[in-house]
Design a protein around this ligand. Structure first.
Ligand code: NAD
Length: 456
């Protein structure tokens, strides 16, 4: 079926009005959960065959997050979809005002490869909860996971409601030439620009979940052992191919040596080793070569080994990195961690603020003043104090970037909002018709209007 026909089929389905009722939406969300529960093993095997992600990581960083989104939507859908009365102003009495959420229509979700289940399906949950239809274009790079998702969605859902179009650049380009009611994109800043431009031509609203260089800042009073453990996890999980992974560390001079040694201890204790069958591979040769060239240009404190046949790279700590080195230009998106020593926190703030706004930021400290200084003076999408990544796991926290790291948010209610239009309604009755606003006008009428609007 052509892209145009697939969209037409969804348009027809949406216009039938079926997607609007609460019962229909609940039924789809329950079906979504059953689809995942019944096929957990298949999904885990698919993703492992793509880039060796372990079942543990697939459950905790992919499936669990989608389950949480479904459960939250099922629990709150009635509240989210109900009309919200707002204050009605004096000048418009008698009457009432309220806001009514309504679905947008046909939504396109374009997924990234690094979390191929979660980044494709969590937005799809929000699309369906908000009463829309969805065409999903998963990333083509983890091809087994892409095929499995396409097959499962075809088996469980009506294609007019939820369908998958597989493919890479040509297929996405064709999709982007069509008119959708919403495009939700997760991926790189460069492709985000392409999507935004294409959407502008059709006047289609977009959400862009992009990337960037997210810092982890370690203050002099941080608990080093715990900090090292949590940064090791946040950085080397998924072999560093995580949009909110700490991209680089800024550590206070007084802790630099002890922190770097603690990182080595944590890496040694972990499963993140190139000879482990569950250590995640770099997604393709192009990314592998890019990362290896960054290692070769630097001073390796720990790690640095790699296996080209298997596309694995040892967790690697790079010290003596300068802020103007190549590795500090673009998002690393791999298991290489530059550790940069600082003396003055103000210099750090100035440095981070001179760069594009990051998707995440992590600050490790017990000191409320330092914590507040970082949170209040750096603009970033979201973050965690004294840990890494975990803000993504709370459905009550809107997830998304700011500036170059993205436009818009999702997760929980924010996902519902992203795929809804909030219609503003004022309701009047036929009785009582004060003459104030109607012609013929007079200065007396104007004075009354000013008083009723509170402007006199
Ligand atoms: P990508 O931009 O290369 O690809 C994303 C999607 O766009 C894929 O589905 C791909 O098929 C499609 N695509 C690629 N090139 C295209 C083109 N020229 N025209 C049209 N479509 C195109 O991103 P990726 O490599 O899959 O993911 C890595 C990037 O995504 C990183 O920058 C990472 O930070 C970011 N990311 C962000 C989030 C987030 O939630 N903010 C999550 C994961 C990844």
């Amino acid at each position: 079926m052509s892209v145009v026909d697939a969209i037409e089929r969804q348009r027809h389905f949406f216009e039938s009005g079926q997607t609007r009722s609460l019962e229909f939406r609940r039924e789809q969300l329950n079906k979504f959960k059953i689809m995942l529960k019944d096929n957990e093993k298949l999904l885990m095997e698919s993703i492992h065959s793509d880039f060796k992600k372990s079942s543990f990581e697939t459950y905790t960083t992919e499936l669990a997050l989608v389950y949480l989104e479904i459960d939250e939507a099922l629990k709150k859908l009635k509240k989210w979809t109900s009309r919200k009365k707002v204050r009605h102003n004096l000048v418009n009495l008698p009457g009432q005002s309220y806001i009514l959420p309504e679905p947008l229509g046909i939504c396109l979700v374009i997924g990234a490869w690094n979390y191929p289940i979660q980044l494709s399906l969590a937005p799809a949950v929000a699309v369906l909860a908000a009463g829309n239809t969805v065409i999903l274009k998963p990333s083509e790079l983890p091809s087994n996971t892409s095929h499995t998702l396409a097959q499962l969605i075809k088996t469980y859902f009506a294609p007019g409601l939820f369908s998958v179009i597989e493919g890479g650049v040509p297929e996405t380009t064709e999709l982007l030439q069509q008119k959708f009611d919403k495009i939700f994109f997760t991926g790189s800043v460069a492709v985000g620009r392409i999507v935004y431009e294409a959407a502008a031509r059709q006047l289609t609203p977009v959400t862009l979940e992009l990337g960037g260089k997210s810092p982890a800042i370690i203050a002099p009073d941080a608990d080093i052992k715990i900090t090292a453990k949590r940064i090791t996890w946040g950085k080397f999980l998924n072999a560093g191919q995580t949009c909110i992974a700490p991209d680089y560390v800024l550590v206070h001079k007084s802790l630099a040596d002890v922190f770097t040694r603690a990182m080595v201890d944590e890496i040694k204790k972990s499963d993140y080793h190139i000879d482990n069958d569950n250590y995640v591979q770099i997604i393709n040769e192009q990314h592998f070569d890019r990362l290896v060239s960054l290692i070769n240009a630097h001073n390796v404190y720990h790690g640095g080994a790699y296996n080209k046949t298997d596309r694995t790279i040892e967790p690697t700590l790079l010290t003596k990195v300068h802020l103007d080195d190549e590795i500090m230009e673009d998002e690393i998106f791999g298991p290489l961690l530059p550790i940069i020593v600082y003396e003055d926190i103000d210099e750090i703030l100035e440095y981070v603020n001179s760069k594009p706004k990051p998707l995440a930021c992590y600050i490790f400290t017990r000191d409320a003043k330092i914590k507040d200084k970082v949170i209040q003076n750096i603009s970033f999408g979201g973050g965690v104090v004294n840990d890494t990544l975990l803000h993504i796991s709370n459905t009550h926290l809107p997830f998304g970037g700011v500036g170059d790291s993205g436009i818009g948010k999702y997760h929980g209610y924010e996902g519902f909002r992203t795929f809804s239009h909030f219609k503003s309604i004022m309701e009047k009755r036929f009785f009582y018709e004060p003459d104030l606003r109607f012609s013929p006008y007079s200065s007396g009428k104007l004075n009354w209007i000013k008083r009723l609007l509170g402007l006199s």
